[in-house]
Design a protein around this ligand. Structure first.
Ligand code: 13P
Ligand code: SF4
Length: 316
């Protein structure tokens, strides 16, 4: 750790105590931010932690929709995001106007929204889900009920295949980072590391073809489709010593730190989410000193969005 970093760490520790604040960080955050966080996890784990904390202030080191989710779950707390430009290309693929129109075309359908959506979109949804519980959420809905699943088409097609659901319509959205991890990338790396286990995030562009290859026996059963936290848990419990990882590369830091005897190979070195990297340790300090930037969802939206999120939390 550099001298400047350790000064920031000390300053943040003092500020956290003085302000009764907690720092939540997503698995894709830069190493220094992960190191200062009180809790690191995937979208589901972070929502749960936000719901249970007794801190007065939550500094959310992740992207905007995640901070909104924390604010929806704890409207009485102050939720801060250190940089307002930490958005999400996937969440931006659908807005409330587009969802209203889609619902009009399917008046009897139930809406399942991935957590990577704006609060307005969640407010128009029946259920929320994350990558770690999407299958469970869809399976909890009676089989005769139509589902509108949004916004990720790769996750949607994965959930459709796993659940065998035929009456599920999927919004054609994608995350620019994960869509860029293709079947060709996976096939190339499989040749090189055929003893490794493969961990693939369901948002990846290669998810459908990997499922197909798994089912047809073209690739071994060593491929696992997992959320970021699912990957962390799998890496820990598996006896393998080598893992190929198909997701944003920020997760590699925590994987290596918590499993120093194992080897982790990213499928794509440049699978980097520029939005996640907007958060820096300096901005975390500013956030705590200057109370910036507060994320507050208007009550009429948050009350409706909360129902969809709480339904998810009950199922998972
Ligand atoms: P996880 O919930 O698996 O952490 O995914 C969130 C995300 O934004 C992936 O790009
Ligand atoms: Fe959004 Fe993709 Fe970044 Fe995840 S990796 S926060 S889905 S843009």
């Amino acid at each position: 750790m550099t001298l400047v970093q350790s000064m920031h760490f000390d300053q943040i520790k003092t500020l956290k105590k003085e302000r009764n604040a907690i720092i939540l960080a997503h698995n894709y955050q830069v190493p220094e931010v992960q190191d200062i966080a009180d809790f690191i996890g995937d979208s589901l784990a972070l929502s749960r932690e936000a719901a249970r904390t007794d801190a007065d202030i939550i500094v959310f080191c992740g992207v905007h929709f995640m901070a909104e989710t924390a604010s929806i779950l704890c409207p009485e707390k102050k939720v801060l995001i250190p940089d307002l430009e930490a958005g999400c290309s996937l969440a931006s693929t659908i807005n409330s106007y587009e969802l209203k129109k889609w619902k009009e075309e399917h008046p009897n359908a139930v809406v399942v929204s991935y957590v990577n959506t704006s609060a307005e979109v969640k407010a128009l949804s029946d259920y929320c889900c994350t990558s770690s519980n999407a299958v469970k959420v869809v399976n909890s809905i009676p089989s005769g009920t139509e589902i509108l699943f949004l916004p990720d088409m790769f996750l949607g097609s994965y959930v459709g295949k796993v659940t065998g659901r035929k009456n599920m319509y999927v919004w054609p959205g994608e995350c620019h980072v994960h869509a860029g991890i293709t079947a060709a990338d996976i096939n190339n790396i499989i040749q090189k590391y055929n003893n490794a286990e493969f961990m693939i995030h369901p948002e990846c562009g290669c998810t459908s073809s990997t499922l197909y290859s798994l089912a047809s026996g073209d690739i071994s059963k060593k491929a696992h489709i997992l959320s970021t936290e699912g990957m962390m848990q799998y890496a820990k419990k598996s006896d393998s010593s080598e893992f190929v990882v198909a997701t944003e590369t920020g997760i590699m830091y925590r994987m290596k730190k918590e499993n120093p005897d194992k080897v982790f190979i990213p499928v794509k070195e440049n699978a980097v989410c520029k939005y996640m990297k907007k958060i820096t340790i300096e901005k975390v300090v500013d956030s705590l000193v200057l109370d910036q930037y507060e994320v507050k969802v208007p009550k009429h939206i948050s009350d409706r969005a909360r129902t969809a999120i709480e339904r998810m939390l009950l199922i998972s």
